[in-house]
Design a protein around this ligand. Structure first.
Ligand code: PEP
Ligand code: MG
Length: 931
């Protein structure tokens, strides 16, 4: 005896139990139970599916249970299953607890046979529609339940169309469709050696089994693997059997789809389309153009009233914008499906604020219903949503936003053209710190090498400019001023568009839509700040960037990379002088000239961030980054030598000509004398000699500074130890800027941060410089200067020694770009476009660790550092300033291990603010798999 219950009427099924009834089944039950007009039906549970898959047969008694529910359904609807007067037709729909669109099978109009189609013709008085439905049903049933391929049916359709000279399916008349249905029945007979099942219960039994089997179909299995849907998330499919309703039963019938609010703007107004006297398929096939729902108020006022009632009930029950489907059969509105509406960022933000104002959701729900990453759409320009063009190539989406401009191949040209008001995209193999002036003028940056934490990516993000990096299909020839992508050659001056959100590169100008910070977004983010425990700082290197970040709601600067200041066109020559200095006096002279410049920079940033903390990092990159490359210098020197040889050759010209052709010599004698004079003047100026000597000196230095692994070489604190005068100048500039601001009454909170620290002794050494200079500054300026001293944690050893580090450091900031590189031993410049894609595709790594914090490895190192640091200094301030500081899932982890703040590029600040609030709201449910 079957004691187990497998079948649940929509009136009785538990609308919350998606594991048992599938998403669709549970939803149909819930809608029925809250009184929405859902066509009656029942759901067969996933338990029945699992039993069928296990035993290869339907569980004992299941068909009897189904029959009992069908009988009840007949009573409820007053229709008969297989009846020739008032037939009951049903849809048999799959649905598991996780939405897997199109992955499993669904059969419509089940119950149609030679008998019931007569009944349907009587009812609809539309023979053509009925035979069309019948032939569709035979094909769908044949394919899904009996395994006959679509092609066999399609061939026959093609033949019938040809025979009756019909161009489109809609040109076939009722008689043609009847003929087609008979042909389809014959196909079934041929392929199964049995007639098409005419008994509706036999149809139903076969269909239920087919839907169950589709759970293990290749499509569904692949989909679950791809989207990592585990058995705990979805186990088996349920089958919902639902009475068919028809929207093509006259002018009081129809079909449509709707959103309870406008999904594009969020406006509280029903939004959607409908068609009178039509089936859902007509909308999809585009045979007729649907009308906006607003017109229904005039055309079908009573239905419109029912629709508005449906709208209100949906929102008041689900407390969420709904996307629903409806059919009107003879003046009665049925809701066939509803789900949470997918909206763009604008729509989500506006509805969050308005649903709260209307009392439908709480502030917590308003904050939790938005995916923070979605906000990016509002914060940087985007490609026009209507644009459908094909891209030339795709690189890494390194800094979001879309921009168009003329291609330029070097920073100087970018600067020159940009200043003239031209829009340019800087296209380089990779960028270097000395390209910074080109960044300022460019609309966007495109590189053929480098990852998402490459120089180009990080600088562009800091400036809020779009960047596509690591676009390896582009071959750039700077000398020929052209770039080749497959068969396309682009020249300097050609217009391209880059989309830093997707990594696509397009030829020509693509229309874009501007960023917009609405009142609703401001409100929402204020709410976020009320909940968040983590503070959100910005990475910014210049006063303008700091001001922009503040406008995005940054609560301070978490990372100011001072090397960016060294790269301005007015500073680079002095920096180079400092590097090339032969003696410490020479170096000091260059530093003395840099000091006032740096001091002014810091003052500018402190002012822009008055009242908020500003963390300034001492110089980090290796010195050679401020010098030209060896190959560039070699090329220039070779050119100069060539020039010298050419001059020598020209000097011999008069004598040679005299010898070869005295008459010609006479003819040109005057000109030749003038030329010789000019050559003499040029030679005595020693211009090219001096240039060669200078460049050779630089080349010597470049060679001396060259390192096999510069990222692991002479940089960061190592520079500060070997060139104490450089760090001393920077420390002096920071503290003097602070003293000057304090004198002007500007409230400032400066923090000095040391990069690349590995040992406590390194930190102690720099701390000693700071203490010494601090005393001098206070004495000379006659004012007390408050500041904090701290360390980056981006070297694994420093993390492991954090307990001791915290005796000196008042704060830590995790540099997770370098820490990820160090923990994985993956070069951050190369990994992303060399082997990481293969790692991600083949499942060795789930995510790109330079983008998504690797909580299992890097995260554990961080946790040890936090715990040990706080043991020494319980009030230790700890943050993160690597790129992960703006990544929502990584922010959850930062909250979880007790960081005080995250720091990210300006335009990501709003995203981080929302993510920080969500991290707090979801902290009790936060889990990471650690094994
Ligand atoms: C880091 O390593 O995470 C960091 C912020 O420093 P940079 O990216 O400048 O090396
Ligand atoms: Mg670093």
């Amino acid at each position: 005896m079957n004691v187990r219950k497998y079948v649940f009427d929509f009136e009785e099924g538990d609308g919350k139990n998606k594991m048992l009834l599938g998403g669709k089944g549970a939803n149909l039950c819930e809608m029925t139970q809250i009184g929405l007009n859902v066509p009656p039906g029942f759901t067969i549970s996933t338990d029945a599916c699992l039993s069928y898959l296990d035993q290869h047969q339907l569980p004992d008694g299941l068909m009897n249970e189904i029959k009992a529910h069908m009988t009840a359904l007949e009573k409820k609807t007053g229709k008969g299953f297989g009846s020739d007067s008032n037939p009951l037709l049903v849809s048999v729909r799959s649905g598991s607890s996780m939405s897997m669109p199109g992955m499993m099978d669904t059969i419509l109009n089940l119950g149609l046979n030679e008998n019931s189609l007569k009944g349907l013709i009587k009812q609809t008085k539309d023979e053509r529609f009925v035979y069309d439905t019948y032939r569709r049903f035979i094909q769908l049933f044949g394919k899904i339940a009996l395994g006959i391929s679509d092609e066999v049916f399609d061939e026959k359709m093609h033949a019938i169309k040809k025979k009756h000279r019909a161009k489109e399916d809609v040109d076939l008349a009722a008689a043609h469709l009847k003929e087609l249905a008979n042909e389809f029945l014959a196909i079934v007979q041929r392929h199964t050696s049995k007639p098409f099942p005419q008994d509706p219960y036999e149809q139903l039994e076969i269909a239920v089994q087919a839907v169950f089997r589709s759970w293990m179909g290749k499509r569904a299995v692949d989909y679950r693997r791809q989207f990592r849907i585990t058995k705990e998330m979805a186990n088996g499919t349920a089958v919902s059997v639902c009475t068919m309703v028809f929207g093509n039963m006259g002018d009081d019938s129809g079909t449509g789809v709707g959103f309870t609010r406008n999904p594009g703007t969020g406006e509280n107004q029903i939004f959607g389309e409908y068609l009178v006297n039509a089936q859902g398929e007509d909308v999809v096939a585009g045979i007729r153009t649907p009308k906006p729902i607003a017109e229904m108020e005039i055309e079908m006022p009573e239905i419109y009233r029912q629709l508005m009632e449906l709208h209100n009930r949906l929102e008041s029950h689900y407390h969420e914008v709904q996307d629903f489907e409806f059919t009107i059969e003879k003046g009665i509105l049925y809701c066939l499906q509803t789900r949470n509406g997918k909206m763009n960022a604008r729509g989500m933000v506006r509805t969050s604020v308005e649903l709260f104002d209307e009392g439908l959701i709480t502030k917590e729900q308003a904050l939790l219903r938005i995916d923070p990453a979605l906000l990016e759409q509002l914060l940087v320009p985007q490609l026009s949503p209507s644009f459908r063009g094909k891209s030339l190539t795709q690189g890494l989406p390194a800094s979001p936003g879309a921009a168009s401009g003329k291609i330029v191949f070097d920073a100087d040209t970018a600067e020159a053209r940009g200043i003239k008001g031209e829009k340019v995209i800087l296209v380089r193999e990779e960028t270097k710190p000395e390209d910074i002036h080109g960044f300022f003028q460019a609309q966007g940056i495109l590189t053929s090498r480098g990852g998402k934490t490459s120089h180009a990516a990080v600088v562009a993000r800091g400036m809020g400019k779009p960047c596509v990096s690591g676009c390896e299909h582009i071959v750039i020839d700077v000398n020929a001023r052209r770039a080749i992508i497959g068969n396309t050659t682009l020249h300097e001056g050609d217009v391209i568009t880059i989309d830093g959100g997707t990594g696509h590169v397009y030829a020509g100008e693509v229309p874009t839509v501007e960023a917009e910070v609405s009142e609703e977004l401001i409100t929402l983010l204020k709410w976020a700040d009320q909940y968040a425990r983590l503070k959100v700082m910005a990475n910014a290197d210049a006063p303008e960037d700091a001001a922009k970040a503040r406008a995005f709601g940054a609560m301070g600067i978490g990372l100011c990379r001072t090397e960016r200041m060294f790269n301005g066109t007015d500073r680079l020559p002095i920096v180079q002088e400092m590097i090339l200095a032969e003696t410490s006096e020479e170096r000091q002279a260059a530093l003395d000239r840099l000091l006032p410049i740096q001091r002014a920079d810091f003052k500018g940033i402190f002012k822009a961030m008055k009242g908020l903390p500003v963390t300034v990092r001492l110089l980090d990159p290796p010195m050679h980054e401020f010098l030209p490359t060896a190959s560039q210098l070699e090329l220039e020197i070779a050119h100069l030598h060539h020039l010298r040889d050419t001059i020598k050759g020209l000097e011999e010209l008069p004598e040679t000509l005299k010898l070869l052709n005295p008459r010609l010599y006479q003819q040109y004698a005057d000109g030749l004398v003038k030329l010789m004079d000019s050559l003499h003047t040029f030679k005595t100026s020693h211009l090219e000699e001096d240039a060669i000597t200078k460049k050779e000196k630089v080349l010597k230095k470049v060679r001396a500074l060259s390192e096999v692994n510069p990222m692991l070489g002479h940089r960061g604190v190592r520079l500060g130890i070997t060139y104490p005068e450089i760090y001393s100048m920077q420390i002096q500039a920071i503290l003097e800027a602070a003293a000057l601001c304090a004198k002007e009454g500007i409230e400032i909170y400066p923090e000095i941060m040391v990069p690349q620290v590995a040992t406590v002794e390194e930190l102690a050494r720099i701390h000693s410089y700071v203490e010494r200079i601090h005393k001098v500054v206070e004495l000379t300026h006659g004012i007390s200067v408050r500041f904090k001293f701290g360390s980056m944690l981006e070297v694994v050893r420093a993390c492991m020694r954090s307990g001791r580090m915290a005796q000196i450091a008042e704060f830590f900031s995790f540099g997770t770009n370098d820490l990820t590189q160090a923990t994985f031993s993956f070069s951050r410049e190369d990994a992303e476009n060399k082997f990481l894609p293969a790692y991600n595709e083949t499942g060795i790594l789930k995510d790109n660790p330079f983008e998504v914090l690797d909580v299992l490895g890097v995260g554990q190192v961080m946790k040890i550092a936090v715990d040990n640091g706080r043991k020494t200094r319980p009030d230790l301030k700890i943050g993160i300033c690597g790129e992960h500081g703006g990544h929502p899932a990584s922010i959850h982890f930062c909250h979880h291990i007790g960081l005080n703040y995250v720091s990210c590029s300006g335009p990501r600040v709003p995203i981080a603010r929302l993510a920080a609030a969500q991290a707090k709201l979801l902290e009790d449910t936060y889990t990471t798999e650690l094994y």
